[in-house]
Design a protein. Structure first.
Length: 307
């Protein structure tokens, strides 16, 4: 058994340097043979699209891929050291603004000597273009919150400027009905006019507005209630025998709610005044009626008085 072990050790150690040198030559030869063999490798390349100038009023609606996959063939050793920066980006010249399809030819991609491009994925890109238009869009300002008790928002908020200019693809610009601004918060406000700068919601797609915000104004007034009084007799002052035609008018009062609730019908006395110097005759005279804290509307506003 000992003899067998001695023989094996002798086989391994005999001419050891020569054996190691032979092994090194074999490895180098293997590397050279396999390194020179052709292989394939896929690399992602960035895409750069050259679009038309702004003055052309053309806009690309198709989304261009950020990268394309390129399959390269060549020696293994060369492919192993190949990087995307060695090839560069893929440029698409779309400055004409009318191309409907662009083909990515393998021959158009420059690679280091000894390598060839076998395939580009995607091999082509279909393009859709539209005209670029400009259109004025009205601004809409909404309201949130509630004013202080006894106060209301009078009318709709106003915006300055009242319109914004939208610029973008025709199909997107034409469907925009309103440019919406942020809501105006009126919480706790009392009587007066209030102005704030409000941002405009950015439109979707490729549309852009010419201003990012508008100046919005809201008017807060005291709350009013309306109360009608129909067929109220007209009092003629200055000539007891004079008569008005029509003898009755309709009255509508706009007042704070607490004032309206406290009014009694006998307090509503519309009247006309005849000049003291007038002996007799007729005249169209305005109907007069004044109620504290109220806006008075009389129908008809004048009557014919005969005396």
């Amino acid at each position: 058994m000992a003899a067998l072990g001695y023989q094996l050790r002798a086989i391994v150690t005999e001419n050891l340097n020569l054996k190691l040198l032979s092994l090194a030559f074999a490895l180098v030869l293997y590397s050279l043979v396999h390194g020179s063999q052709d292989a394939q490798r896929s690399i992602l390349l960035n895409v750069v699209a050259l679009t038309p100038p702004e003055s052309s009023n053309r806009v690309l609606m198709t989304s261009i891929p950020a990268q394309v996959r390129v399959t390269v063939r060549g020696p293994r050793s060369t492919l192993y050291d190949l990087h995307a920066e060695d090839i560069g980006s893929v440029q698409l010249d779309l400055r004409g603004g009318n191309e409907t399809r662009v083909t990515l030819e393998p021959s158009s991609i420059n690679v280091p000597p000894g390598l060839t491009v076998e395939q580009v994925d995607p091999p082509a890109i279909d393009l859709q273009w539209e005209d670029l238009i400009v259109r004025d869009i009205p601004v809409e300002v909404g309201i949130v919150g509630t004013p202080a008790a006894g106060f209301v928002v009078r009318g709709a908020p106003t915006a300055d400027p009242p319109t914004v200019r939208a610029r973008g693809p025709k199909s997107e610009v034409m469907v925009i009905q309103r440019a919406r601004a942020d809501a105006f918060d009126v919480s706790g406000m009392t009587e007066g006019k209030y102005t704030r700068q409000l941002a405009i919601e950015h439109p979707t797609g490729q549309v852009k507005f010419d201003v990012p915000s508008v100046s919005a104004t809201v008017e807060v007034a005291r709350e009013v209630a309306e109360r009608p009084f129909t067929r109220v007799p007209v009092a003629v002052i200055g000539r007891p025998s004079a008569k008005a035609q029509p003898a009755e008018v309709d009255v509508r009062l706009s007042c704070p709610p607490e004032v309206v609730r406290a009014l009694r019908p006998e307090q509503i006395v519309p009247r006309v005044q005849i000049a003291a110097s007038a002996d007799h005759g007729s005249d169209a005279l305005p109907v007069q009626l004044s109620i504290d804290q109220c806006d008075v509307h009389v129908t008809p506003p004048t009557v014919i008085v005969r005396w």
